[in-house]
Each structure stands twice: as structure tokens, then as C-alpha cells.
Write a protein that binds this ligand. Sequence first.
Ligand code: SF4
Ligand code: SF4
Length: 390
Amino acid sequence: MERAGTPSSPLDDLFQIDPQLPAYNQKNDIFNRAMWDDSIDPKDFFVSYDITNYKPKKAKGFNHWDYALRNASWHLTDVVGEMKLESEGRVEGFTDYYSIQTPGPPKPANLPDQQLTTQRIKQVARFLGAGSVGICAIDHRWVYSHHFNRKSGKAQELDFPAALKYAIVLILPMDYQLGKTFPSALSGTTTGLGYANSLNCANMLAQFITNLGYEAVASLNDTALSIPMAIEAGLGEYGRHGLLITPEFGPNVRIAKVFTDLPLEVDQVKEFGVKAFCEICQKCANACPPRAISKEAPSSEAPNFSSFSGIKKWTVNAEKCFQFWVKMNTDCAICIRVCPYNKDYSKWWNRVGIKLANSPLRRFMLWLDNTLGFGKRMKPQDWWVKSGSA
Ligand code: SF4
Ligand code: SF4
């Protein structure tokens, strides 16, 4: 497996990355640890995604209708992702990249110049559902050393095709209104829908590039870390809550990737003021029920081995975070709901707000955000009523 050719990256300076940083073994991802590490007990968490076994709760947002919708939103992602689970142990999109592309033509298409090719690829990505799209050269530090086989329960060395030089990084916005009900089984629907849109967009784009006669591999959470690639592709900045913050949709997004050998122009890292704002804002850390988000300055030491040490950043304690998800039987994302960057940017006043957040008036913007009550939870039952009557 080739790991040479890692390009120099502005991330080295931004995050003071240890030059000896080892590649990530996906066996240590908290969801995979739940399969082999006795200290991580998933209880009924995964089971609740199977409607024949879910257990409704008395709390609002966790009844039969809520689980029915959440699980339906995951349906296609699960069916496609687990097509080869029994035969090969693959969970495509989560532990393995997608292998559903049909073969390309015998000869590649004529390409216009690199700039126009890049422009067309981005145009198609947006047409296929991406809210924003960027391109980076593949930095092999973010490619997993091993992926996890959920059938054998073992880590396997990842054989990343050496010919793939570029990552097309796709941002798929999640639903802002439904996200106001985080956390609930109902709000897990916006996560499921985000994954379904990611599956759709990344696989159609990979098939388009394959049809042009080039190699392309669609990927969601598998194969490589999405956040550093998205930052390298100029799509956003890193927040205290350990998530990508985009200028167009805040942190309320999913990230997908297409790896390709199609020659493309790469984007530049773009900073727009998130780090300075996170330094004065601790809304996510204060709102996180299990206190999994650091209130301290960025550190190179990870809280546990599910995360990287050797990168100076805020790192969420994945063990505490997942334990809370297990307690609720759904994903949480309170940190997304309360983040002042989580706004409906189709409204002009929110676009003004983000300009304030990224200016010396950031403390005023934070005060305004608190005073106006942004980030408060909407009752899940109100979503059913409001959406139905809209
Ligand atoms: S998802 Fe919930 S538990 Fe996890 S870090 Fe965010 S607020 Fe905390
Ligand atoms: S809630 Fe505040 S501190 Fe947390 S990521 Fe958002 S802006 Fe940064």
C-alpha cells in the first residue's frame, strides 16, 4: 500500500501536526470499538435501528412514529451499505468504500483543459445534490492504515488504490428545522437523510467520472478522515465540537468524498474566523450532557485512543459522547443545534450574523445569539404539527 507522496499542507502549521503522525486504524473508531472492546457497551443502540426490535420511550420524540421515520431515512444507506456484509464483511460507506460502480468505457473521454474539467465536475456535483464542493490532493496521513471487517471482527490493512490522486469533497447540508429537535429519535432522521443524500451524490458522481473513462471511488465515513480533507479542500474550518464548520451551512452537514485519478485543480484552505470565535464561545461544551467537549485550549493529547494524539486541536471525548448516544438510543448532535454557526443562511439576517461572528464584533454576535434564544430545542411534537401544516 502506497503512503508516499503526501503533499505539504497548510494544516501542518494550523494544527502543529506531529511529523511522525501514524495513520488512523479504523478499528479504534468508537462505533467499531463497540464491536470488539468490552468497555464500550452499545446496549440497544444499534438494535434500535431495526424497527422489529426498537423500544419506544416515554420521552417526546421517541415514539413509534419517530423511530419509524428515522429508520426509514436510513433504509437505503443500510441496504446498499450491507449488500456484501454477509459474504465479505463489508459495510460500504462506513468500513469500506463503495464497490457498486459499473465498468467504464474502453476509451476515456477527451478532456478540456484542467480548469474547465474541474469546473464541470463541480457543476455536476452541485447538480447531484452537493451544497458545496472542493478538491484536494490526497494527503495520505488521512487515509486509514486499516479498515475494520465487521464479519471477522478484525482490522485489515487498507489497500488504497495508488492511482487515485485527488479527493473531491462533497458537503451535504442537513435539514435545519428538523435539527432544532436534536436530540431525539425523530431528529436522527435528518442524520439518516444526510447519509442517504451523501450516498446518492457520491455514487452518482463516481459513476459519472467512471463513465468518462477515469477511476473513481465513492466514500462516506470509510477509508479516510473526512474533516481534514474538507479543510484542505477549502470547505470550512474546524470547531471546538470537533466538527467542520462551513460558511454556507455551519456545522449542520455531512461530508462525502470521491477519490479519483481524473486530473483536477485543487482548492486552497480558507479561514474565515471560526477559531477566534470558538475561543470566546463555549456553547457546545456547556450544552453537552456528558461533558465530552473540552473547555480548555487546543491540545495535542487525545482523551483516549479513538482519536489522534499529535494534532493540536480540540478533541471530543468519543467514549463519553457515544455513551450518551447509547443512553438515548439515537445520535445526539446537541452541539450542532446550539452552535451559533448553525443557522438558516437563506435568511439575510443570518448572513449578516455570520459576518459579525467573523469580525472583531464577535462578542456582540455571541451576546445577540444568546439573547435572541438561538439554539433552543424545538419540541419534536411541534415539528410534526408545524411541518404538517406548512
Ligand atoms: S453529540 Fe452530544 S454528546 Fe456528543 S459531543 Fe455533541 S453534544 Fe456532546
Ligand atoms: S458552539 Fe461555539 S465554541 Fe462550539 S463549535 Fe460552535 S462556535 Fe465553536
